[in-house]
Design a protein. Sequence first.
Length: 750
Amino acid sequence: MIYCKEESNGTSTDTEGKFSIVLKRNDNTLQFSYVGYRTKLISIPFTGDTRLEVLLGTDLTEAGEVIVTAKNPVENTESVKTGYVEVTGKEIRKLPSLMGESDLIRALQYAPGVRGANDGNSGFYVRGGNVDQNLILLDNAVVYNPSHVLGFFSVFNTDIISSASLIKSGMPANYGGRISSVLTVKTVDGDFEKTSVSAGLGLIYSKATLQGPLIKNKLSYYLSFRKTYINEIVKPVVGFFMNYDPEGVLSNSRYGMYDLNAKLTYKADRRNRISLTAYKGRDDFSLERQSINYESRMDWGNTLLALNWNFVISDSSYLVSSLSYSNYEFDFRSEQYIMGINLYSSIRNIDFKLEYTRKGFWQGLMKIGAEAKFYRFVPNKFMLTINQVDLNYSSYQDLYADEFAAFASWEKDLTSSLRFYGGLRLNNYGHIGPYQQINRSEEGIVRDTVRYSHFETVRSYTCLEPRLSLRWQTGESSSIKASYTRNYQFIHVASASAVTMPSDLWIPSTASIRPQFGDQVTLGYYRNFGDNAFSASLEGYYKRLENQVELLYGLGASLQDVSFENSLASGNGRATGIEFYLQKLQGKLTGSLGYSLSYSDRQFAMINQGRRFPAKYDRRHEINLAAGYRLNNHWDFSAGFLYATGNAMTIPVQLYLLGGNVMTEYGETNGFRMPPYHRMDLSVNYYFRPKRKFESSLNFSVFNVYNRANPFLIYFDIQGDIVGDHSLSVSAQQISVFPILPSITWNFKF
C-alpha cells in the first residue's frame, strides 16, 4: 500500500508491483507498507512527473499473518473480480504440511469450489470442470501436470513462489485456452543486494536455495533444488502404520523425484526488466513382484523455459511480452515373463504473448494483445515385445496444431457505484500437418488415405469469446457483482482410469474431435466488516460445458489404431452451485471458512444409455476450514479441516452365467458414492531467536490427525466358483493412501 498523509490519498500496486498516484502538493511524504515487510517513508519534493523504485525489507517480527486472502482486503468489494483467490508463498508456508512440505495446490483447496481429486493426487477441479480444464502458468509457461510424488505434493516449490492467483469465474480476455480456471504463479526474483543460502531438511525430501546478485542492483540469480528420499524414510513409516507386507506393493516399489528452479532477473533501467525462468522436474516410480516375475517403471516430468520482458512506456502505460516453452513427457515400461510393453506420450508447445496496458484510456483501463502457440503431441506411441522381438501392435503418428489469438478489454467506472469490465478474445486454431488421415467405410474398411504436408491445415476453428463483468457498490463496504464468460479449449485429456494419473493422454482437436467450450454466469454479494478485519462473499454460478471427451474402451483398445478418435465419445455437461467464503484478515487469530453446495453432471450418447450421470468428481457438499494463531515471535500454530461428499463411481450390480462364462452387469454410470472424505491437519512453527547472519525454525506437522481411512479406490473381491459348486462371495475392498503422518522439518537461512 502507498499512502500520502499530507493529502489523505493512497493507492495499491498491481500484480507486477507497479503503481501510479497523483499529488497536488509540492512536498509530500509517501508511506510504503505491506504485510510481512518493514514500512518505508520517503520524502520527495515533487516538481513534476517523478519515477520511484522502492524495495521493502522483510520484517521478521510481523505478528499478523493472512491465510488464503487477497493482498488488499478492499478488493473484495471494490474490484470487479468474481471467483478470485490469491495467496503468497509466506501464507502457504503457514498452513499445515504433509510430511513437512507445504503446498500451493493444497492451500487453494481451502477456498470453496476448488476440489482435490483425492489423496495421492495433486490435480484439482474447479466448479464442476475436469482436471485438464485449468490453465496453470508458472511465469507465463504452461504446466501440464502439476503432480509430484504420486500426488503427495505439487511441482511448485513454495520457496520460489512470490504470489499465486486463481480465477474461477470472470476470466479476463488476456487468458484463454481453458474453460474452468486460470492459476498464475509468479516466482520471486533473486536478491539484488546480498547473497544468501536457505535450506530445509524434512522427512520426505531436502531442499536448498541459493540467491544473490551477479551485478549489484542490476542482475540477480535464484537457484532452488529439491530431492526426495521417500524410499529410505517414508516407506518404513507408512509401512508401520499400514501393517508392512514384505510381498506388498509398498515394499516392492521405489520412488525418486527431483526438481530444479532457476531464474535470472535483469534490471536494465527503471523502465525495463527482463527475467529468464527455467524449471526441470522428474518423477521415477518402479514396482517389482518376484513371485509373478513382474517389473514395471513409470517416469514423468515437466520442462519449462520462460523469457519475460516488462517495459514501462510511461506512467500510464506499459508493455509485457513473454516467450515460453513447455514439455510434459510420460514413459511407462512393463515386463512379465517373455512379454514387454512400452507406452510413451508427450505434449510440448512454444508460446509467444504480447500485452499492452494503458491507464486513462477513455478514463478507464485498456488492455490489448496477441498470442501465438505451436503444439506437438505424441498421444499414443505404443510398443509390444515378445522374447525381445518388437511387434507392430499399433501404428501411431505425431500430431501438430497451432493457435492464434487477439484480445482487447476495457475497465471503467461508469458511475460512482457501477464499474464495468468488457473483453473480447478471438481465437483461430488449426490442426496442421504432417498428418495421415484414414477414411473408412461404415464397416470399418479402409477406403483411402489423405496425406497432409508440413503446416498444411487439416481442420481449423475460429471462435469468439466474450467476457463481461459488473460491480455495483451497494455501500461503503459491500457490493454486488455479476460476470459472464465464454471460453474455448482446443486440447483435451483422455483418461484411462477412474483416478487422475500421469498416464492421462493429451490430444488436440481434430476434424472429428471438436473444441470444447463452456459458458459460465456468476452472481454474488460481497461484504467487508469489522474495519476490514473480516471479508465475506456469497456466490452462485451456472456453467454449461459442450464437446466433453471420454475414453470409451480403455487405454489398450484406444492405441491399436492411428484413428484413435474412434475410441472417444463426445458429450456435454452442466455444473451449478453456491459458495460461501468468510475470512478473518487481521489479529493474532486469522483464517477462513468456506462452504459449497454444488451439482455437476455429464451426458454422452454412447455412455449410460444416453442418460445424464454425475461427473466423476461431483461432490454435493464441501466444507473447508483453515485457522492460524501467532502466539509471539517464537511460536505460531495452524490447523486445517476438510470435508467433502464422496466421489461418484460405477459398480457391478450382479453376476450371471452365459454360455458357461461369468458375466458382470454394471449399474448406472457413477451411480454409487464413496464414503465421505474428511481430514484434519495440525502444524506448529518454532522460530529460533534470529542471529545476525543466521536464522532458523522448526516445523512440527501432523497430517490426518485422527487417522481417517479416506478412500482412494474401491474394488470388488470375488471368491468362490459359480460354475463348479455355485458358491460365490463378493466384497467391496477400499484402498486408502495416507494414514496419520507426523513430520518435523528444520528450515534455516544465512
